[in-house]
Design a protein around this ligand. Structure first.
Ligand SMILES: Cc1cc2nc3c(=O)[nH]c(=O)nc-3n(C[C@H](O)[C@H](O)[C@H](O)COP(=O)(O)OP(=O)(O)OC[C@H]3O[C@@H](n4cnc5c(N)ncnc54)[C@H](O)[C@@H]3O)c2cc1C
Length: 426
C-alpha cells in the first residue's frame, strides 16, 4: 500500500499550527496541517459566549495581518477565529480540516514517522505537535461527581443561563475565573469566589495598556526561571472595554471571597485561610508593574501623564478580616461549582520517547530529544509570550529554522530532497 508522504506534518490548525505553516512555507518545506475540527476550533467551541481577547487588537495578532476595526479594541472570540481563517487563506496554508491524528510512531529502521489519522495514514520526516497549551480541563478531585451540585469546567461554561438557579462557587482567580465570576454577578447570581495565588497587572497605566508595558519592560520575553513560577496564573480582562482585575472591587460589588479550595465532606466545602496572602501577592505584582513603569518613564525622560490614583489599593474586604473557612453548599443555596482551574497537556497520540514520567514533553524551545519531533504553543515554551498569539509566531520561526537546518544536514547523505530555495516566500 502506498502511503502519502510529505516532509513535515503539523498537528493542529490553531494559531500555532498556522504560524508553523507560514514559516515552513518560507523555507519551502513541503508540509500538511491536520486539524480535527475547523481552523481555530478552540476559539470557536472551547470558550464562553461573551469572551473577548485579553489583549487589544493591535497587539494580540501575527505580524502579517491586522484585525479589522479599532486597534485598541478587544476582538470577540468569533473575530479572533475569523482572523485566523483569513490568515490561513492569506498564507495559503495546506490545511486539512476534519482530520484527527490518532497515532504517530517512529518508522522501524528508517527516518521519519507514520501518522495514522481518521482519514488514513501519512509518512513524514518531522512532526510538529501544535495541539495547544490548554488541551484537557483539570478539575481537582475534591468534590465527588455524585455530590448534589452541578460541576462545570470553564472550558464548558457558555453563559449564566446554562447554570441552574442558585448561588455559584467559582474556583480559580485567573483570567477565566475572574471574568466568569464578574459575568455571573452581573447576571444577578450570588457568587462565591475561591482566590489562589495570582498576578494581576494593571489594565493600563500612564496611557498605555499593560501589554505595552510588559513589552517595553521585556516581560513577555522572560524565561520561566523559577521552578513553579510558570504556574502562577495571570488575571486580566478585556471584557467591557478592558479593566484591571481587582478582587477588592469585586468584593465591594458583592462577590464573597474565600481562600484556596481545600477539601469537601458531606456537602461542606472547606477553604485555606490564605485569602489575605493571595490578595497581597496580587497587589505586590500590580504595584511592581507600576514601579517598573515609573522607572522606565523617568530613565527615558518620557512624557507620559502621571497616574497617582493607580497606586491606591482598596481596603481589605471583610472576607480577609473575618474569613469564611467553610461553606455548607445546601445552606448557602450553592447549586453549581465553576472550576476555572486550568488545563493539562495530553499527547496520548504521540507514541515517541519524548516525555518525562509525568507526561510533560522534554524539549528545548520546542525541539524534543527525539530528532524530528517538535512541540509548539506550550506555556513558557521559550518565554512568557509563548502560548499567546504574538509569541507563538516567533517560536514557530525558531522551529522552522531548525527543521530547515536538519534538512541541509540530511541532504548531504541524500536522505531528503533539498527543497527549492524560495527566499522567504511560498
Ligand atoms: C479563555 C482563554 C482566553 C485566551 N485569550 C487569549 C488572548 O486574548 N490572547 C492571546 O494571545 N491568547 C489567549 N489565550 C491563549 C491562547 O492564545 C489560546 O489558548 C490559543 O487557542 C492557543 O492556540 P494553539 O494553536 O496553540 O492551540 P489551540 O487553539 O488549542 O489549537 C490546537 C488545535 O489542535 C487541534 N487538535 C488537537 N488534537 C488534535 C489531533 N489529535 N489531531 C488533529 N487536530 C488536533 C484542536 O482541534 C485545535 O484546533 C487564551 C486562552 C484561553 C483558554
Amino acid at each position: 500500500m502506498t502511503i502519502e508522504s510529505t516532509d513535515t506534518v503539523v498537528v493542529g490548525g490553531g494559531q500555532a499550527g498556522l504560524a508553523m505553516s507560514e514559516h515552513l512555507s518560507s523555507h519551502g518545506i513541503p508540509h500538511i496541517v491536520l486539524e480535527r475540527g475547523r481552523v481555530a476550533e478552540c476559539w470557536r467551541s472551547a470558550r464562553w459566549d461573551s469572551l473577548v481577547a485579553n489583549g487589544p487588537a493591535w497587539h494580540d495578532r501575527f505580524p502579517g495581518l491586522t484585525f479589522n476595526g479599532d486597534p485598541d479594541s478587544f476582538p470577540s472570540k468569533e473575530e479572533v477565529a475569523h482572523y485566523f481563517v483569513d490568515y490561513a487563506r492569506q498564507i495559503e496554508a495546506p490545511l486539512r480540516c476534519g482530520v484527527e491524528v490518532r497515532e504517530v510512531r517512529h518508522h522501524t529502521n528508517q527516518l521519519g514517522f507514520q501518522i495514522d489519522t481518521s482519514e488514513g495514514s501519512l509518512d513524514a520526516r518531522s512532526v510538529v505537535a501544535a495541539t495547544g497549551p490548554f488541551q484537557q480541563p483539570v478539575i481537582p478531585p475534591l468534590v465527588p461527581n455524585d455530590a448534589d451540585v452541578v460541576q462545570l469546567h470553564s472550558m464548558s461554561y457558555r453563559n449564566p443561563q446554562q447554570l441552574p438557579e442558585g448561588a455559584v462557587l467559582v474556583v480559580g482567580a485567573g483570567s477565566s475565573g475572574a471574568q466568569i465570576a464578574d459575568e455571573l454577578l452581573r447576571a444577578g447570581r450570588r457568587v462565591f469566589m475561591s482566590v489562589g495565588p495570582h498576578d494581576r497587572p494593571p489594565r493600563s497605566y500612564r496611557g498605555q495598556d499593560y501589554v505595552w508595558w510588559l513589552g517595553v519592560l521585556q516581560k513577555w520575553d522572560a524565561p520561566a526561571v523559577e521552578l513553579g513560577s510558570e504556574h502562577v496564573t495571570i488575571s486580566v480582562s478585556g471584557a467591557r472595554g478592558g479593566h484591571t482585575v481587582d478582587f477588592r472591587q469585586l468584593a465591594k460589588q458583592g462577590i464573597a471571597l474565600v481562600g484556596m479550595t481545600d477539601s469537601y465532606d458531606n456537602g461542606v466545602i472547606k477553604f485555606k485561610p490564605d485569602l489575605g496572602d493571595n490578595l497581597a501577592r496580587g497587589d505586590a505584582n500590580y504595584l511592581s508593574v507600576l514601579k517598573e513603569a515609573d522607572a522606565y518613564v523617568a530613565c527615558n525622560g518620557l512624557d507620559m501623564p502621571a497616574e497617582p490614583d493607580a497606586w491606591v489599593i482598596g481596603e481589605d474586604p471583610i472576607w480577609v478580616t473575618d474569613p469564611i473557612l467553610e461553606l455548607d453548599l445546601r445552606e448557602e443555596g450553592i447549586t453549581s461549582i465553576l472550576w476555572a482551574t486550568g488545563y493539562r497537556l495530553d499527547y496520548g497520540w504521540l507514541k515517541v520517547d519524548a516525555f518525562d514520567e509525568t507526561g510533560q514533553p522534554i524539549h528545548h524551545r520546542g525541539i524534543s530529544d527525539v530528532p524530528g519531533i517538535y512541540f509548539l504553543g506550550l506555556p513558557w515554551q521559550s518565554c512568557r509570550g509563548s502560548s499567546f498569539i504574538f509569541g507563538v509566531w516567533h517560536d514557530a520561526k525558531f522551529l522552522a529554522d531548525h527543521i530547515a537546518s536538519q534538512h541541509s544536514y540530511l541532504n548531504r547523505i541524500g536522505a531528503v530532497q533539498q527543497p527549492p530555495q524560495q527566499n522567504g516566500q511560498k
